[in-house]
Design a protein around this ligand. Structure first.
Ligand code: HEM
Length: 83
């Protein structure tokens, strides 16, 4: 079972040491990926600690997730009550 990570926890990971982004219900560690991102490091860093689902699916096809998803995934977004 993969780790359940809250949105608040994701938000803490936003620098070079550790950079999390959310895509759908997955949490991805991209600190070591930003420099090889074909779309550039800058745009990725802008989403560090945040949900990038909409932007991800705007620029990538499912094949990108199939190739990279498992390598970068560190957990699943924890379901929280929406108040
Ligand atoms: C885990 C997260 C991500 C991975 C693994 C990833 C991977 C890739 C790959 C492999 C490409 C090359 C093009 C392709 O094969 O389709 C690409 C291009 C690109 N990515 Fe990402 N990406 C990620 C997140 C993001 C995010 C959050 C943005 C924010 C907008 C972004 C913006 C772009 C852009 C603008 C391009 C260039 C598209 C083009 O030249 O047509 N990516 N990315």
């Amino acid at each position: 079972m993969s780790a359940q990570i809250t949105k608040a926890e994701v938000a803490k990971h936003k620098d070079e040491k550790s950079m999390y982004i959310i895509i759908d219900d997955g949490v991805y560690e991209i600190a070591n990926f930003v420099d090889e991102h074909p779309g550039g490091a800058k745009i990725l860093k802008r989403f560090a600690g945040k949900d990038a689902t909409k932007q991800f699916w705007k620029y990538h096809s499912k094949g990108v997730m199939d190739k990279w998803g498992a390598k970068l995934k560190v957990g699943t977004l924890k379901e929280e009550a929406k108040l």
